[in-house]
Design a protein around this ligand. Structure first.
Ligand SMILES: Cc1cc2nc3c(=O)[nH]c(=O)nc-3n(C[C@H](O)[C@H](O)[C@H](O)COP(=O)(O)OP(=O)(O)OC[C@H]3O[C@@H](n4cnc5c(N)ncnc54)[C@H](O)[C@@H]3O)c2cc1C
Length: 504
């Protein structure tokens, strides 16, 4: 839909770049688009490189007189911060992503149990960079990038229809002057059987929606007449695998929900709901011992059970640990860290440790011209001598900001076009300074560590004050005033009326 809307909005000026846009999978629509889009382009001059633009299936290379085009793959922390900072008087911006919004991930766990509403953590891209819906040469395409052809300066994409029968998947190309790969990472399953089929990840809004629906469904099913006690116990057993900040924050939210809302509204089953957190090593290993011990104590008080073990197999209703223990579950949330996506792995580019796209200190992919990579999908090449930065929003966001400024400078120095920035000095390289870590653990408590690393000197604290800092910090970090307002209202209504338990 979004793609179609965008295409319809194309003015004659823009459509000179977007021609021969053909839906190979759906002839009737294809011919309609071609007619509409090709009409204003009866008189076409060939592109400078001799390319026949009328046959280009997508956004053809930019020409003299048009702005150079920055193509951004991904609408996460890195890509959105970059788009926000790009000077749209210099560049046209084209974003390709399977979602038309950015997710404010630090507050995603709160949406799973209804502390926050889903819309409060989703920010539409067109609000982050309004030029995408206003400027004739800037677009958002709801699609996945499937291939990079760095020699021809183009990416191959495929539309996304979410399995709906609106349009068959449609392949198209986009020529870029500058390409920014910001397509994040994917949840790691370590090849454990049954994870993909039976567990729910916590990375996107639709995951949070799935978790909330399943949790409420299990609560209601467990209260139906005739259900065996064993089945009831299973349905009400919530298992979280992975003791990093996301797994711990989700467990904290869940135990808050159980202690406050389930007790009041599902009084029949309140004593049967349990949360187990399974971790192979130490929970919250990025925090120091004192903070970790505090978190474990508080979560224990909230009823969260810790199990140290390695998951070997996941069946539809139980998982099996390496020592043979069987753990029945009704809800299984998987949060064991991230690794490169199949798309990133498929790219024929030098890789950094961990399989990320290898970059230098200016975020460039050195082996190819005009390609940059930022966020979780990228890492410093070993030749830079720099360590891989953690997969964090604060890294992704600052890389996005840095690269936007760099591209703006390159554009101002007339290096915006493809292959035209070879001689331009790039200035100061990117330097990352860690600002600290925070994690909420439920019951109005949190951990705040403002040190550069867990062994450095500085401020670290726990308890209610930390929770207040955590909330204030994230409220100010929420992308827009609209969402800041939503979040504040949601927190207020949850405090006064409790969480919403309707299964919509
Ligand atoms: C629940 C949760 C809580 C978190 N809490 C914190 C926190 O408190 N503090 C913190 O610093 N970090 C936190 N993080 C980590 C942080 O969210 C990530 O490090 C950050 O999102 C990375 O940003 P990114 O832009 O690289 O990737 P992402 O934000 O993951 O965005 C990637 C984008 O690329 C798109 N994409 C994927 N494949 C393709 C493709 N083939 N073509 C085009 N587009 C594609 C995706 O749809 C998405 O839009 C949290 C993460 C999660 C999941």
């Amino acid at each position: 839909m979004f793609l179609i809307k965008n295409l319809r909005r194309i003015s004659p000026t823009t459509s000179s770049a977007l021609i021969g846009f053909r839906n190979t999978g759906s002839p009737p629509l294809s011919s309609r688009f071609c007619t509409t889009l090709n009409q204003p382009q009866q008189v076409q001059s060939p592109a400078p490189n001799g390319l026949d633009r009328s046959r280009y299936e997508g956004l053809a290379p930019t020409r003299e007189g048009e702005k150079p085009r920055v193509v951004v793959l991904g609408s996460g922390w890195a890509g959105c911060r970059l788009m926000k900072g790009i000077d749209t008087s210099i560049y046209d911006v084209v974003c390709v992503s399977p979602r038309n919004h950015m997710v404010f991930t630090p507050l995603l766990a709160s949406t799973c149990v209804g502390t926050l509403e889903f819309r409060s953590v989703a920010e539409p891209i067109s609000r982050i960079q309004p030029a995408i819906s206003r400027e004739p040469g800037s677009y958002f395409f709801l699609a996945n990038c499937s291939r990079l052809d760095a020699d021809s300066h183009e990416v191959h994409c495929e539309t996304l229809t979410d399995g709906l029968n609106t349009l068959k998947p449609w392949k198209f190309k986009i020529a870029y002057d500058k390409l920014v790969v910001a397509c994040g990472a994917e949840a790691s399953t370590f090849g454990i059987q049954g994870v993909l089929e039976n567990a729910i990840f916590l990375r996107e809004v639709h995951h949070a929606q799935e978790i909330r629906r399943k949790l409420l469904l299990n609560l209601m099913l467990s209260d139906t007449p005739g259900i065996s006690n064993e089945e009831k116990q299973r349905l009400l057993h919530c298992v979280v695998v992975g003791g990093g900040p996301t797994g711990v924050e989700f467990s904290g939210e869940l135990s808050d929900f159980i202690m406050k809302d389930v007790r009041q509204r599902y009084a029949h089953v309140k004593d049967d709901v349990h949360v187990t957190l399974i971790e192979a090593k130490d929970i919250l290993s990025s925090f120091d011992d004192r903070l970790r011990r505090y978190a474990i104590k508080q979560l224990n008080k909230s009823g969260v059970r810790f199990v140290r073990g390695i998951v070997k197999d996941v069946k539809p209703q139980k998982l099996i640990l390496d020592d043979g223990t069987e753990v029945p579950y009704g809800l299984l949330v998987w949060s064991t860290g991230v690794g490169p996506s199949p798309f990133v792995s498929s790219l024929d580019l030098a890789k950094a440790p961990g399989g990320r796209i290898g970059i230098d200190q200016w975020m460039r992919v050195p082996s190819v011209q005009d390609v940059f990579a930022i966020g979780d999908c990228s890492g410093y090449l070993e030749t830079t001598g720099k360590p891989t930065l953690p997969a964090l929003a604060q890294v992704a966001e600052r890389e996005g900001k840095y690269l936007a400024n760099l591209l703006n400078e390159i554009g101002k120095a007339n290096g915006g076009r493809a292959n035209s920035a070879k001689e331009i000095a790039l200035g100061v390289p990117f330097v990352y300074k860690h600002l600290g870590s925070m994690a909420t653990i439920g019951r109005y408590k949190a951990l705040v560590d403002l040190r550069e690393s867990k062994d450095a000197k500085g401020i670290s604290m726990t308890g209610f004050v930390s929770w207040f800092i955590w909330r204030s910090a994230y409220l100010t970090r929420v992308i827009s005033w609209r969402n800041r307002f939503y979040v504040a209202i949601n927190w207020f209504t949850t405090f006064v009326f409790g969480r919403d338990i309707s299964r919509i």
